[in-house]
Design a protein around this ligand. Structure first.
Ligand SMILES: [Zn+2]
Length: 572
């Protein structure tokens, strides 16, 4: 048993005081802090926020020897109980880091809990000391003494801890208790529920739709906690076995589609309860918290989940056919207009390079990257429509994998995925690996025709300079140069300040379009590193600025029937 006690009683310091007690079984002991948290594939080096490590045994202070940036080795004089103390700076407000101030505390325990060698599979008891008036929200079984018990280190670090003066609300899904806790950083407590009085009912309906999608009568978790951080700006979610933490923006909620997007985020993280948390890639069984792990199936873990998160609110009766078509259209458009899809990464490469690319986006990322969330969702749409041609559907493949592997906690490998797909549609045995490794897209328009949908390009009104500019500190700065486009050919680079076109002053991004002449050589004046330059640019003809997905008015009764089945997640 390891006892971990967290003291949040001085929230304004942003410091969490950590005390860890255990009884060693070997004379040499190693301590390590995880470098990343499952569900977010980036080495975060949480140890940079750890301070003042002290180890004591029987009143004597021991000197830990550092073996790597996040690891220590202890030589113990005896096997008496040990106390390990340190503090952690909690000043990073995301769903995968720690944040503590006078308003609330949120702790992602992977960022905070040292793993004691030999104790990974031992129970960990968690105690919290909170400021007066604060309540704890912890998705672990509560003990009679007020502590919580995790069956092992993995369950401990899979536990998000929220604390503050906020309230929790209760509802149930198929008899399973669910809690909803919202920390509203922008307004009075529970203002979200006042603005959306049906919220809890709608979240429950989405959860029930997830169960139906999985062919289950109840959720996989024995109970479930939703923690929502409602901020001025921000977006994110992190899945856990019996809980999720969501970050959502009040600005987005004010938009017409904002509430639907919140329900999609709820659906996404809740579906992870099956796809990812329990139906888990074999590379994450068990999880190595200390180094990056190549997970080539992330396209399935995140892409399939992202695809269904668009359909689930509809399945719950909370969004219309037009909403679904609009949302898929936005994704398809974003995908088709990302150059990285044909000369950047294949879907497999995107999954494998998550650690160094997806979470580390920069100005040129659209040229050399394609998100496995986005392309994975587009491929999931194609796979669903392909499987429907064989009388099956994507939900059925997901359920097959759940029943065969996920339910028993057996990790899946790529051949398990290929087998599951080709079992329902033999053609996919050859085609799916080609789609994962290749840059050529499946015939999307023909698949969309199956369900009476068509894609329509929307041309920009202005000639295409192959750049995007944005006001930065009083200057109009180039923030994107399209690879191989007119601006790059002209010699423009990121960071150039646009001054004038054909001698006419440029001050705002919208000043550029009316002055451009397609196919004509024009003089563009820029400042680079403080020196004026005159370059020649020839804008191209107007490019496609977006794609729209539309209901095809010419769709026949069979296509319409297939569309109803597709939207209802019913096999054809
Ligand atoms: Zn996800």
């Amino acid at each position: 048993m390891v006892d971990i006690s967290l003291d949040l009683s001085e929230p304004h310091s942003h410091l969490v005081q950590v005390s860890l007690r255990c009884t060693p079984t070997t004379p040499v002991l190693r301590l390590r802090l995880p470098a990343w948290t499952p569900g977010s594939y980036l080495i975060r080096d949480y140890v940079r926020h750890l301070e003042g490590l002290e180890v004591r045994q029987g009143g004597q202070r021991l000197l830990p020897c550092r073996t790597d940036p996040a690891g220590w080795r202890l030589e113990l004089p005896s096997l008496e109980p040990l106390e390990i103390r340190y503090q952690l700076l909690a000043a990073d407000l995301t769903v995968r880091t720690c944040h503590l101030d006078g308003d609330h505390g949120f702790l992602a325990l992977a960022a905070l809990a040292l793993e004691v060698e030999g104790e990974r599979w031992a129970p960990h008891r968690l105690s919290l000391h909170l400021p007066a008036g604060w309540r704890p929200f912890v998705p672990l079984p509560r003990q009679a003494d007020g502590s919580w018990l995790a069956k092992d280190f993995d369950q401990l670090v899979d536990t998000p801890v929220e604390a503050g003066p906020h309230h929790e609300h209760h509802f149930s899904v198929a008899g399973v208790p669910h809690r909803w806790v919202c920390w509203d950083a922008t307004a009075a407590a529970d203002s979200l529920l006042k603005a959306h009085p049906t919220l809890l009912q709608d979240v429950a309906a989405v959860c029930e739709a997830c169960c139906r999608l999985m062919g289950e009568s109840a959720p996989a978790a024995p109970d479930y906690l939703f923690v929502l951080h409602l901020l001025d700006q921000g977006y994110g979610g992190l899945e856990h076995d019996t809980s999720t933490v969501l970050q959502f923006s009040r600005q987005t909620l004010l938009k017409p589609e904002g509430y639907r997007q919140l329900l999609q985020l709820v659906a996404h993280e809740y579906l992870h309860q099956w796809n990812v948390c329990r139906l888990r890639p074999a590379a994450l069984c068990p999880i190595d918290y200390h180094k990056p792990v190549i997970v080539s199936g992330l396209w399935f873990a995140e892409g399939v989940t992202s695809y269904f998160d668009q359909l689930l609110p509809h399945l719950a009766g909370l969004s219309s056919e037009d909403d679904v078509v609009h949302d898929f259209g936005a994704d398809i458009s974003r995908y088709l207009l990302t150059p990285g899809r044909f000369h950047g990464q294949s879907l497999r490469q995107s999954s494998e390079e998550a650690w160094v690319k997806l979470y580390r986006r920069e100005a040129n990322s659209d040229d050399n990257q394609i998100s496995y969330y986005l392309k994975g969702a587009i491929l999931s749409l194609v796979l669903d429509l392909e499987l429907r041609r064989s009388g099956s559907c994507l939900a059925q493949v997901l359920r097959d994998l759940w029943v065969r592997l996920g339910r028993w906690g057996r990790g899946y490998r790529e051949h398990d995925l290929l087998e599951a797909f080709s079992h329902r549609s033999p053609a996919l045995a050859a085609v799916l690996p080609a789609w994962l490794d290749g840059f050529e897209d499946p015939d999307l328009p023909t698949y969309l025709q199956d369900v009476g949908l068509r894609l329509e390009p929307q041309q920009s009104l202005a000639p295409d300079p192959g750049l995007r500019a944005s006001p930065q500190g009083g200057a109009l700065e180039v923030v994107r140069v399209l690879r191989g486009g007119p601006a790059q050919v002209a010699g423009l680079v990121l960071g150039d300040e646009l001054i004038a076109l054909d001698g006419l002053r440029l001050r705002k991004p919208e000043d550029l379009a009316p002055l451009l002449r397609a196919g004509q050589c024009q003089e563009i004046t820029i400042s680079r590193r403080g020196r004026l330059r005159h370059l020649a640019i020839t804008a191209a003809v107007p490019a496609i600025e977006r794609w729209r997905l539309l209901l095809d008015p010419a769709a026949g009764p069979e296509a319409l029937q297939r569309r109803r089945q597709w939207l209802g997640v019913v096999p054809c």
